[in-house]
Design a protein around this ligand. Structure first.
Ligand SMILES: [Zn+2]
Length: 231
C-alpha cells in the first residue's frame, strides 16, 4: 500500500493510540493485502445455505490472519489419518485470549491431540448444524467437555501455543470430519475442508495473510448464502 511507511504527525498519533489502546482493542496490523483472489481447491466445500459464522473471539476484538493455508499441503481430502486443513486460518491471538465458537453446536472433542496430530496441541472440535464442524487448536487451556452444548457466548478455552508453535489460534471448518480418538492417535481427519468465506466478502475473493476479522461481524451474524459446490 502506497505511503504505508511514511511517518508523520498522524502516524505518531496513531502509533500512540495503538499503544494506549492495547487494552481496549488487541493489536492487529490490519494491513490491506491487495488482490487475494484464489481458485477453489479440489475437494473444497462451501458453507451450507444460511449457515452463519461469527468470529471466534469476544465482541469488540479484532484479529489478523497470520496465515491462510489455501494450499495443498494440508489437503489430504478423504484420506484417513490426514487432516484436511486446506482452508484453515491462523489468527494472531496471544496466549490467554478467550476463544469462542463460530456457531452454536455441541462439543465433539476437547483435549490434547496425540500421535500424528500432536502439533495441534490442545484442541476443541465442535459439531454444528448441517454436518459442519469447527476446530480451534493450540489452546493454552480447554474450558468445555465433550458433549457440552455451546452457544456463541460459551468460552471454549484460552488461546495459546500448545503443540509446539508460536502463540496463535488455528481455526478450521470441516464437513464430514472424522475423529481419531484412541490413546495413540487423537485428532480430526478426513472430510472436506470448508472455505471459511463468511469471513470474506466474496467466495472467490478469499482471505489472506494480513487481513483482519472484526468481531463486530460476530453480532451481525454476517450471514452469507452460498451454493454448495459439492465435494
Ligand atoms: Zn495453524
Amino acid at each position: 500500500m502506497r505511503g504505508r511507511y511514511r511517518l508523520g504527525a498522524t502516524s505518531v498519533v496513531l502509533v500512540a493510540l495503538v499503544v494506549l489502546g492495547g487494552v481496549l482493542s488487541p493489536s492487529c496490523g490490519c494491513a490491506p493485502t491487495g488482490d487475494s483472489r484464489r481458485a477453489l481447491l479440489p475437494g473444497a466445500a462451501l458453507l451450507p445455505d444460511g449457515f452463519a459464522v461469527a468470529a471466534p473471539w469476544n465482541a469488540g476484538e479484532r484479529h489478523r490472519i497470520i496465515r491462510a493455508y489455501d494450499v495443498s499441503t494440508h489437503k489430504g481430502v478423504n484420506r484417513p489419518l490426514r487432516t484436511n486443513d486446506a482452508y484453515a486460518l491462523d489468527f494472531d491471538l496471544d496466549v490467554g485470549e478467550t476463544v469462542l465458537p463460530v456457531a452454536p453446536g455441541r462439543v465433539r472433542f476437547a483435549g490434547e491431540a496425540r500421535g500424528g496430530f500432536a502439533t495441534y496441541g490442545n484442541f476443541v472440535l465442535i459439531d454444528h448444524a448441517q454436518g459442519i464442524s469447527s476446530l480451534y487448536a493450540h489452546l493454552d487451556s480447554v474450558a468445555v467437555e465433550p458433549g457440552a452444548v455451546v452457544s456463541l457466548e460459551t468460552p471454549l478455552g484460552q488461546s495459546g501455543s500448545s503443540g509446539g508453535v508460536r502463540p496463535h489460534l488455528h481455526f478450521a471448518l470441516y464437513r464430514g470430519v472424522r475423529l481419531a480418538n484412541d490413546p495413540s492417535s487423537v485428532g480430526p481427519y478426513s472430510g472436506a475442508s470448508v472455505l471459511p468465506e463468511p469471513f470474506g466478502a466474496d467466495r472467490r475473493v478469499g482471505l489472506g495473510r494480513g487481513q483482519c476479522i472484526e468481531s463486530g461481524q460476530r453480532t451481525a451474524g454476517f450471514e452469507r448464502r452460498w451454493v454448495d459446490a459439492g465435494v
